[in-house]
Design a protein around this ligand. Structure first.
Ligand code: CA
Length: 377
């Protein structure tokens, strides 16, 4: 048999096999009694989702809204999810506990907000000199990521799922230029998570000002610098009116995974098709979030630099080297103190080493070439 003939034959055989198994399923399904007392659009299951974001906040809050909207739409209104912003039912940083207690069936936020309870949680959001969004999704969906995350939250009766990604973040807003390590000394800066601990070692006074108070603190000089997300989100907050120097790269969050939390008991009580819909809707909204940040960041950055006089700057090699070395020390300390954090970080480190060879050989090599060609017109 020639190759082309074989491919045609194999393709037809495959179609036939699918058709047969399709018939079988149809027969067994039609023989089963129709679900008579499940939820309907007229008598739906109603869920609440609490979030760590201000209601409808661009990118992050709308990501949570999308999950709720898709679940409601995909289920034909049989499962209706209502979203509550930070402070409406519980404060931002009580989302995890509210889902654990069943006060809300779902939550949306980022895992590093729970690192005070569980140091390992931070790694499911971001860590300094960590993974890009694509790389992180590889670890989560096709590596050990989601399995380890589930293991960490299982004692709390919570099922975690990746609930979006911001893509690469920025290094922050500064009221004066940061030319050398000396310039960090004595600064008062908002930067949460492991990155904040790294800056503390460089004599920065690190604070964790909540998002809603951040602009005011930077504007009145309570803090000298602030890190939030990236151009799309930062423009919405108006940081450019309080600080002029905007630094890249976001060494502390080369991407940040958001999380969707599901109360396990509520999830297990759903009919199987609604369980699949919940999972599918979360995945779909997560893709939307990353795509929106990718599409909007550069337009926002142009608005900042061209219309608002923001100066885009890059941390020097000397600064990046010091941040990298200090990050390694901090990560070593965190993982020495907590066995599960070590287990998660060991998995991430092995994966980073492996995926970096691929990303750098393929994507990075291509991007460098494309940059040369585009620059030369
Ligand atoms: Ca951030």
């Amino acid at each position: 048999m020639k190759r082309r003939e074989f491919l045609t034959w194999a393709g037809a055989a495959g179609i036939a096999a699918t058709a047969i198994s399709g018939c079988k399923n149809e027969t067994s399904e039609s023989a089963a009694p129709a679900a008579s007392n499940g939820p309907t659009a007229a008598d739906p299951i109603k869920w609440k989702m609490v979030t760590t974001w201000p209601k409808n906040f661009p990118g992050l809050g709308t990501g949570a809204n999308n999950i709720a909207k898709y679940i409601t739409e995909m289920s034909g209104g049989r499962l209706v999810v209502d979203v509550y912003g930070a402070g409406e039912i519980v404060p931002a940083l009580e989302v995890f506990d509210a889902v654990k207690a069943g006060t809300a069936e779902m939550g949306h936020g980022a895992a590093y907000y729970w690192q005070g309870k569980m140091p390992a949680a931070a790694f499911f959001a971001a860590f300094p000199f960590g993974l890009t969004a694509d790389e992180m999704n590889g670890w989560l969906y096709h590596g050990e990521g989601i399995k380890l995350w589930e293991e960490l939250y299982a004692p709390h009766g919570i099922i975690p799922r990746p609930g979006g990604n911001t893509g690469p973040q920025m290094g922050g807003w500064f009221r004066k230029p940061i030319d050398s390590l000396e310039d960090f000394r004595g600064l008062k800066m908002r930067l949460p998570g492991i990155g904040g601990e790294v800056l503390r070692r460089l004599d920065v006074s690190v604070v964790n000002t909540p998002g809603g108070e951040l602009f005011q603190a930077l504007n009145d000089g309570t803090i000298d610098a602030a890190e939030w997300v990236g151009p799309f989100n930062d423009l919405a907050f108006g940081f450019h009116r309080a600080a002029k120097y905007y630094y890249a790269p976001g060494w502390q969050e080369p991407s940040a995974t958001m999380e969707a939390l599901i109360n396990q008991e509520a999830f297990e009580a759903l009919p199987e098709d609604l369980q699949k819909i919940v999972e599918g809707a979360i995945k779909s909204a997560a893709l939307d979030m990353l795509s929106e940040f990718t599409a909007r960041n550069n337009q926002a950055l142009k608005t900042l630099t061209e219309e608002h006089g923001v100066e885009l700057r890059y941390f020097s090699d000397e600064i990046m080297q010091a941040l990298f070395e200090t990050s390694n020390q901090v990560l070593a300390e965190i993982t020495a103190e907590d066995a599960f954090a070590k287990k998660v970080f060991d998995s991430l480190k092995a994966y980073r080493r492996d995926v970096a060879e691929w990303t750098e050989g393929s994507e990075f090599t291509y991007l460098k070439a494309r940059q040369r060609f585009l620059e030369s017109g």
